[in-house]
Design a binder for this molecule. Sequence first.
Ligand code: MN
Length: 232
Amino acid sequence: MSASTPHYVIDLPPVTGLPVAGTEALFPVRRVYCIGRNYAAHAIEMGHDPDREDPFFFQKNPDNLTTADTFPYPPKTEDVHHEAEVAVMLKSGGTNIPVEQALDHVFGYAVALDMTRRDLQALQKKLGRPWEISKAFEGSAPVGPIHPASAIGHPTEGRITLTVNDALRQDADLNQMIWKVPEQIACLSEYYELAAGDVILSGTPAGVGPVQRGDVVEVTVDGLGALRVAVV
Ligand code: MN
């Protein structure tokens, strides 16, 4: 061990590593950004005018991402909602990234869920407080295998669906995003220094709603496969 090897006073926390289709190697997660109200019909169902909003973002914690096939119903809530989303994984980053160069930083894409304690979110909004406790909790971001852009390209359209116990709840097309993935990356990079390992949850279409223990939630996105999670 060299003199420059750092020593830590406690064991190093584990890195969140996500599976990548076609390889045994994992994608290590650095940060998780999420965009809000990025499909017009969802903005409307949440009581907002989709035409007047600049993109806005919140964060989850890296270790909120999970590949478990179960979603433990979280504490301190009685209204957990599903949000079907596409996750975008970055292989590089920077600041002030031009829209035209944004996709150069994308490693790949995956199906994901942005699980939300909706009752807590509504309360935080009402009180003018941050959303974290409604969004950044244990197991709140189930994610499927990552499909590298080198294999599938950069999906700009395709059906995204979510079923609960085989009943269709969300059904839209990726081309309905208000702010497209390159615009999300460019905008985020004006506020943050993006880097390899960052993950962006690109927003959910209309049809969000509650889940209960015993439900099975399945998200599908054309070209990205399916993510199936049992609520326990
Ligand atoms: Mn969301």
